[in-house]
Design a protein around this ligand. Structure first.
Ligand code: NAD
Length: 419
């Protein structure tokens, strides 16, 4: 059983990945100097009244990395582990992600240091409305559009949309995405990240000649991205052999029923204890025998310490930043195809983009149209990254970063430096 995860600085990781791609692109020092720094970092400390009458001051962040290709876009995370460096890394990855799938956004991210599992719904609402007010000086439908991330959901987005709209005096649905359908959310947004993971994994499997039917899948994290991926891959004919959450993992080589696991998690708050499955350690889910590994939890979980023990043929990164640069090298040597986060999980931001377009036009599309458009974008991006990897004899992450960074650099170059 392996339960220790050493602390990894995600921003150092993001910059290291950037420099690797910049080297291969022969990017000028001037351009690197622009792209390696976030454009804005806002830190807010704000008081919230707790249910017991006390006041607690929370700390939150909103970071915009680059806006040369369009307004900033990125999720908001609630977690005790949020740090400024984590938010900076996630904002930079958002810039590259939007560029790799070719949607007209720059990158941003936000976070609040809090433990939502210990807070009531009323406390979370007060925290959200105050945080939204504090960051409202830089967010907006044409400047920076937040979305859900770890421990935030459509209800949180509804509160942000309402708070922002109250200040402006009229409803502005396009200020956030991932909203409930009843207030301008989009069909397909809830499943979008996992659907995108499925689309690119299909392409990867085709490339290495591995049928998805019967393929064994292991998934770390059983939240929005992970639990929906479990359902979609199961429907595709895959066998979900292991899943996990913060309390531990479960394994059954004959396959788990994702709907039953989800019911168990909803009742007990964890996947652990699911009947007819073996309990495994929180890190073991990465190392079980499987064909497809889907990290869908958090950063820095595949490291030089455990990369050698990974048995999958494809690693499809639903989570952001799950693999360290040192682990990347080991996986590449082992001939494991890693579909990098900025490509694999871009389905979420792509359907967020569709939601924003629909909100701005007040004209809504059906789910078939959304899924079709998403598939076109994901398959096109996968093909472009795979071609670049072949051409440059490198792994898919370096190829995706090269493609994305060259697009952002081109936009930055052509706009010029103000003034
Ligand atoms: P979520 O809060 O819905 O779920 C996170 C899950 O991960 C939970 O089940 C939690 O218990 C589990 N978890 C956390 N740390 C863990 C650990 N160390 N080991 C095992 N399980 C752990 O969050 P989400 O929205 O599903 O996001 C998960 C990842 O996917 C994040 O990296 C996020 O940035 C990324 N992502 C999400 C979206 C989206 O649309 N939701 C889009 C793109 C990327």
């Amino acid at each position: 059983m392996h339960n220790d995860v050493s602390p990894i600085n995600p921003y150092q990781m993001a910059v290291e990945q950037f420099e690797l791609a910049a080297d291969r692109l022969n990017l000028s020092e001037d351009m690197r100097e622009i792209l390696r720094h976030p454009k804005r970092e806002l830190i807010v400390h704000f008081p919230v009244r707790l249910d017991d009458g006390r006041i607690h001051t929370f700390t939150g962040y909103r970071v915009q990395h680059n806006v040369n290709r369009g307004p900033a876009k990125g999720g908001i995370r609630y977690s005790p582990e949020v740090t400024l460096d984590e938010v900076k890394a996630l904002a930079m990855w958002m810039t590259w992600k939007c560029a790799v799938v070719g949607i007209p956004y720059g990158g941003a991210k936000g976070g609040v240091i809090c433990d939502p599992k210990q807070m009531s719904a009323a406390e979370l609402e007060r925290l959200t409305r105050r945080y939204a007010t504090e960051i409202s000086i830089i967010i907006g439908p044409h400047s920076d559009i937040p979305a859900p991330d770890v421990n935030t959901n459509s209800q949180v987005m509804a509160w942000i949309m309402d708070t922002y709209s109250m200040h402006e005096g009229y409803s502005i649905p396009a200020v956030v995405t991932g909203k409930p359908l009843s207030i301008g959310g989009s069909e397909g947004r809830n499943d979008a990240t996992a659907t995108g993971v499925l689309f690119v994994t299909r392409q990867a499997a085709k490339r290495i000649g591995m049928p998805l039917q019967g393929a064994r899948v292991s998934i770390q994290g059983f939240g929005n991205a992970g639990s929906i991926a479990a359902r979609l891959f199961h429907n595709e004919g895959c066998k979900i052999v292991a899943v996990s959450d913060t309390r531990g993992g479960i394994y059954n080589e004959r396959g788990l029923d994702p709907a039953a696991v989800l019911r168990h998690k909803q009742e007990r708050g964890t996947v652990v204890g699911f009947p007819h499955a073996e309990t495994i350690g929180i890190q073991d889910v990465l190392e079980v025998p499987c064909d497809i590994l889907i990290p869908a939890a958090t950063e820095g979980v595949i490291t030089e310490e455990n990369a050698d023990r990974i048995q999958a043929r494809i690693v499809s990164e639903a989570a952001n930043g799950p693999t360290t640069p040192a682990a990347d090298k080991i996986l590449f040597k082992k001939d494991i195809m890693v579909i990098p986060d900025i490509l694999a999980n871009a389905g979420g931001v792509t359907v967020s983009y569709f939601e924003w377009v629909q909100d701005l036009q007040s004209f809504f599309w059906g789910v078939e149209e959304i899924t079709q458009r998403l598939e076109v974008i994901m398959n096109r991006a996968f093909a472009a990254v795979a071609a670049r990897a072949e051409q440059s004899h490198c792994d898919m992450r370096l190829a995706a970063n090269m493609l994305a960074i060259s697009r952002v650099a081109e936009a930055t170059q052509i706009r010029g430096i103000y003034p």
